[in-house]
Design a protein around this ligand. Structure first.
Ligand SMILES: Cc1cc2nc3c(=O)[nH]c(=O)nc-3n(C[C@H](O)[C@H](O)[C@H](O)COP(=O)(O)OP(=O)(O)OC[C@H]3O[C@@H](n4cnc5c(N)ncnc54)[C@H](O)[C@@H]3O)c2cc1C
Length: 382
């Protein structure tokens, strides 16, 4: 249908999902990935209803469902274990909210494309844009010419830095540890976050009795003390929190800890740049407080595919994509930042006020936000 050549920078969630969306409409693409191998890495991921609806459009819903777990509700507790709020996922959609190990999601996405279309160990260091092509220049000295580029190279995108040199990730003020642990002895079935003065602790059950947990603690950026934290330090920090938090930390091994400072990108007013379009974290990295970064990357892929079907001129399709995606992704980034500020309060008086206020808010407010998330930017065809 279309003889144009498309490169994708980055074989993460956004890049792989975009390649599937293109393949579904008969367009081949080549993914250039910096890592030496496509390894199954990472911890857990929450997938909102919008991501599950997007997987249905991409034709991989059944494989995703086999690899993860449906969630019933999300509860926020104080550090003693007293409920602050509870949102039921059942009332909004039969598809439901979901969790999956990031490595399994990667596997399913990879299985949706031709393996020969992924070139690993290809870190892009620069691009050259001319009137009729785009040239990718790799760190290994080689180059690749294509008609168009979908930039999906994550929050520190080299392509975005070239196109928008003044934009860089902004630190949110808290640092985060994550791990996946086998917790069958604890029988954990519900998703929760616990908001306390020593930090926030999240628990997300995955398939096969494993549990994904995360802990967010206020700190300065690149704090050398935090970067040396081991599970013992985290245990000491959270040992007075309600069960099963100390127990989960006791079951976690240091080798399984993943640590990152949490950052996002101030919402951009542009994703399309002629022959190039930014998607995923390269375009709209958000803090993880709504569990929506990957979900939005998957939505991007579906919307991009639909824009190309509606408008076979790629530059016009990229522009259309931008018009359809700017508002919603800005809403996610801004709302997620605000939730993070509220969740990370440390002052006991402010914490008491927050908790009392949140307990007085009806559960319909959380359910309204879920409905908003289900109101995707793509057209539903199934
Ligand atoms: C603590 C934490 C928890 C999270 N929890 C959730 C959650 O529950 N739900 C959710 O939806 N989202 C969550 N997210 C967000 C989610 O991880 C990201 O939004 C998602 O990974 C973005 O996918 P991406 O493909 O855009 O970027 P990435 O996953 O970062 O992929 C980018 C890819 O590009 C490659 N690359 C980078 N530079 C180059 C280059 N120069 N040349 C070639 N390749 C390159 C990288 O190696 C990588 O493979 C969380 C994030 C964090 C930090």
């Amino acid at each position: 249908m279309n003889k144009k050549t498309i490169s994708i920078s980055g074989g993460g969630i956004a890049g792989l999902a975009a390649a599937i969306a293109l393949k579904n409409i008969g367009i081949e693409s080549v993914i250039f990935e910096a890592s030496k191998q496509m390894l199954p890495l990472g911890a857990g991921l929450g997938l909102g209803i919008n991501a599950m609806m997007a997987f249905r459009e991409l034709g991989i819903y059944d494989n995703i469902v086999k690899a993860g777990r449906t969630l019933q509700s999300f509860t926020i507790f104080d550090q003693t274990g007293k409920q602050i709020s509870k949102t039921s996922f059942n009332s909004t959609d039969s598809i439901g909210n979901f969790t999956i190990h990031r490595a399994k999601l990667h596997e399913v996405l990879l299985s949706g494309i031709d393996p020969s279309s992924v070139r690993t160990d290809k870190r892009i260091k620069d691009i050259e844009i001319s009137d009729n092509a785009i040239k990718l220049l790799f760190e290994d000295g080689s180059s690749h010419l294509s008609d168009y580029l979908i930039a999906a190279d994550g929050i520190n995108s080299q392509i975005r830095q070239k196109l928008l040199p003044d934009v860089s990730p902004g630190y949110a003020g808290y640092t985060c540890w994550r791990a996946v642990v086998d917790c069958h002895s604890l029988n954990i079935n519900e998703t929760s976050e616990t908001w306390g003065a020593n930090g926030r602790f999240g628990i997300v059950p995955l398939a096969e009795n494993s549990v994904y947990w995360f802990a967010c603690v206020n700190a300065k950026a690149f704090d050398p003390v935090m970067s040396k934290y081991k599970t013992e330090d985290l245990y000491n920090r959270f040992k007075n929190y309600h069960a099963p938090i100390p127990e989960i930390l006791r079951l976690t091994e240091d080798k399984d800890l993943i640590h990152n400072d949490i950052s996002d990108i101030k919402p951009l007013n542009k994703f399309s740049f002629g022959r190039t379009v930014l998607i995923g974290d390269a375009a709209h990295a958000t803090t993880p407080n709504m569990g929506q970064g990957a979900c939005q990357a998957i939505e991007d892929a579906v919307v991009l595919g639909q824009c190309i079907v509606d408008n076979p001129d790629f530059e016009a399709a990229f522009k259309m994509f931008e018009e359809r995606r700017l508002k919603r992704t800005k809403w996610i980034t801004d709302t997620s930042r605000k939730i993070g500020r509220i969740a990370q309060l440390e002052n006991p008086i402010l914490i008491s006020l927050r908790n009392a206020l949140m307990r007085s808010v009806p559960s319909s407010v959380g359910e309204r936000q879920l409905r908003e998330l289900a109101n995707t930017d793509f057209k539903i065809s199934i």
